[in-house]
Design a protein around this ligand. Sequence first.
Ligand SMILES: Cc1cc2nc3c(=O)[nH]c(=O)nc-3n(C[C@H](O)[C@H](O)[C@H](O)COP(=O)(O)OP(=O)(O)OC[C@H]3O[C@@H](n4cnc5c(N)ncnc54)[C@H](O)[C@@H]3O)c2cc1C
Length: 427
Amino acid sequence: MLNDPRSHGLWEKSAPPPPATPALEGEAQTDVAVIGAGYTGLSTALHLVEQGISATVIEAAEIGFGGAGRNVGLVNAGMWVMPEDLIRTLGTDYGNRLLDFLGAGPSYVWEMVRRHAIDCEANPVGTLHAGDGKKGFTELTERARQWQARGAPVELMGKAEAALALGTGYYEGALLDRRAGTIQPLAYARGLAHAAVRAGAVIHTSTPATGIARDGNGWRITTPRGALKAGRVVLATDAYTRLVMQDIARQQVTLPYFNMATRPLPEDVVRQILPGRQGVWDTREVLLSFRYDAQNRLVFGSVGALRNTGTAIHRAWAKRALRRIYPQIGTVEFESEWFGSIGMTSDNLPRFHRLDEGIFAFCGYNGRGIAPGTVFGRAMASFLAGKTLAADLPLPLSQPAPTVLRGLRSAWYEAGAQLVHLAEARF
Ligand SMILES: Cc1cc2nc3c(=O)[nH]c(=O)nc-3n(C[C@H](O)[C@H](O)[C@H](O)COP(=O)(O)OP(=O)(O)OC[C@H]3O[C@@H](n4cnc5c(N)ncnc54)[C@H](O)[C@@H]3O)c2cc1C
């Protein structure tokens, strides 16, 4: 996007086109202004207009420019945080509410795909969390216990069963989560945009919000060639926040993550690797992930930024790691490579903010934004429509709190991933 082949890679090549969304010119007015056209903003706008509340989305670049168009496409049911840790952090009431809310997230994504006929390679066949070594398997055993105690449809697989499901004996075991699956992430974002426009929302791309000021009882958002007046404002910019409301950005440490897509694999290899076509990620500290797209390309990713020395280091590592896990894959060539920034919060949990009177945000998805962004967008719309009280939402209202040494920690993630991949590519 924006002439950068390393921003959205394969997803930009294979996604159906977005709706026509001209930049905002002149003055406009709406009930709710939504800033940011990722899952959170588009879902908020769609659910607002479905309830008769007008909504205008303004997007600095293009639909899905942020994490929505760059991610792995794993539609997960929950956060990274273990269920019991999440409850310890948020307390029993909010903790249980959030777990139930996010646990049902993927099924709502599948429902949205069906209801709005979104062409996005949706594959609700589950995900496999692969256990690296004994330590990884112990972690998965505990994760399985905690989810099963809540009645979640997760199944722990030992080494032999996991080897059949993954098509490799590389891992010690795996946790199958039947609620989850994969999508083409940019196609899903564009599909949400089509649905929102069809339902009556207005979307302006190439329209960055450059300022927000009070205007009577509402707000006036300035853009390069116009202004948007609104009673209320939703900030849906997460890790890609720029120009306005920087407090949201200041509370997140960014973790770079890249993906590389192989050429379509031959049928005989596809039959051996991941026969169930689940999305996979593993338990390593510097984790890796892989999944198929609809054309049998294997999308292989890990922590790291594809810039400066990082590009060659991560590419060499990816080729070697892929061959180590799947020797049958032979010589690996990548057709596309791209990366993006994941916004991490101090406790790895998302946030619900009231940034000023009538200005709200859900953000801080910690690499888990597809299903959460979709269901938090629905919750935001219900809240703004007066159908859900703030106190009944799955997260407590809070103010953004800046993270100390944020820049340094983000730089450490980038450099640390290079060091690990440099070492692993050699030995
Ligand atoms: C490489 C990578 C891999 C990931 N893998 C997964 C995964 O497998 N599964 C998963 O669930 N999640 C994953 N995530 C996380 C997920 O992509 C994000 O959590 C999700 O995109 C957040 O959605 P959002 O709508 O809140 O924000 P975003 O999708 O980031 O959208 C924010 C939008 O706001 C716009 N914006 C910013 N400032 C302004 C402004 N001033 N004016 C107007 N517009 C503005 C940006 O241009 C952007 O388009 C991954 C993220 C990355 C980067």
